[in-house]
Write a protein that binds this ligand. Structure first.
Ligand SMILES: Nc1ncnc2c1ncn2[C@@H]1O[C@H](COP(=O)(O)OP(=O)(O)OP(=O)(O)O)[C@@H](O)[C@H]1O
Ligand SMILES: [Mg+2]
Length: 307
């Protein structure tokens, strides 16, 4: 794993929504597993003081030493390394109930200069940095959006989902004005979708009206296997214990392939049609580094990074 290096600094992907429970951590975790399994060098950063993202990679008992996400806001960041996880994803972690990380919200905006500089320094060591965010607007979310090359927004299509998206777009506009950088979401991901529920159908139609072309073609349905995989700390497509798990895995792979294409990452296609096992198209030894391939350059929406 981690041998399919690209030229240039890492692409920074942030997964955000001010609304809680919409699937930010689920998508972040699966995207990190996916790109690591595809052979990229991945750094995951947990900006949510609940520590959910971190716990999927490294259990709390082993989250000691190493770089913590609260350190990223320091002008003189300690010279620790990110933790290495068995999945191949490196981690800048939060504790579970991380008081130091929560307290960053009481700092003034100047900590964001340190944050942007520290993130830029990490970019040379990775192909991609994936940032999971807390369900609040504030300093941490502002910083992660500011440094991001790509912003993905999971949306749960329940009642008021569109109001939440409009409020998020307001926050993006505010951050654009405050930082002078144009903040544009890359994609909205419909999660826990059930098109047989009327509220979901009308909510999807309303969302289409607001952000139509930015809605990802591949949505995630509400599937128990997604929850099971998150709980077990494995990728959804690595749960092969039932037909339902394989369908959920395939759905997640289709979404991740779409994300990879949008951000200009070259990936092997592992998704199949819904009836087949996603495992069948994948190499027998998934965790080894894939064959060397020609890598695409990132698309033109990649921004100049603050150094
Ligand atoms: N497509 C899905 N089908 C079924 N369950 C899902 C799906 N996506 C996420 N979940 C479950 O929903 C819950 C919330 O998901 P998750 O923790 O990813 O949301 P979040 O946006 O990160 O929440 P928070 O705002 O608290 O950080 C979790 O239990 C997760 O396993
Ligand atoms: Mg979360």
């Amino acid at each position: 794993m981690g041998s399919k290096r690209r030229a240039g600094p890492a692409d920074i992907i942030t997964i955000t929504n001010e609304k809680g429970g919409v699937g930010k951590t689920t998508i972040s975790v699966n995207l990190a597993f996916y790109l690591a399994q595809q052979g990229y060098k991945v750094l995951g950063i947990d900006l949510d003081g609940q520590g959910n993202f971190s716990s999927r990679f490294v259990p709390i008992a082993e989250r000691v030493g190493g770089l913590r996400s609260c350190h990223l806001y320091m002008e003189e960041m300690p010279k620790y390394e990110p933790l290495h996880s068995p999945s191949g994803v490196d981690l800048i972690y939060s504790l579970d109930g991380d008081v130091d990380l929560h307290s960053i919200e009481q700092s003034d905006l100047s900590v964001l200069t340190a944050f942007a500089g520290n993130i830029a320094n990490l970019c040379d060591d990775y192909d991609v940095i994936i940032i999971d965010n807390p369900p609040t607007s504030g300093i941490k979310m502002t910083g992660s959006i500011f440094v991001a090359d790509h912003i993905f927004v999971p949306v749960e299509l329940a009642a008021f989902a569109v109001n939440g998206v409009l409020s998020l777009l307001d926050s993006f506009a505010r951050i654009s004005r405050a930082t002078g950088k144009e903040i544009k979401p890359t994609g909205f991901i419909c999660n826990k979708l059930n098109t047989r529920v009327d509220a979901h159908k009308s909510s999807l139609a309303a969302l289409r009206k607001e952000v139509g072309p930015l809605i990802m073609r591949n949505a995630m349905s509400n599937r128990g296997a997604v929850d099971t995989a998150v709980t077990q700390g494995v990728a959804v497509w690595d749960l092969k214990n039932s037909g339902a798990a394989r369908v959920a895995g395939n759905e997640m792979l289709l979404l991740l392939e779409e994300i990879a294409a949008l951000i200009g990452f070259d990936v092997e296609k592992w998704a199949t049609s819904a009836e087949d096992s996603p495992a069948e198209k994948r190499p027998a030894k998934q965790k080894s580094a894939p064959q060397k391939k020609t890598l695409k350059k990132p698309q033109s929406n990649k921004k100049e990074k603050a150094k």
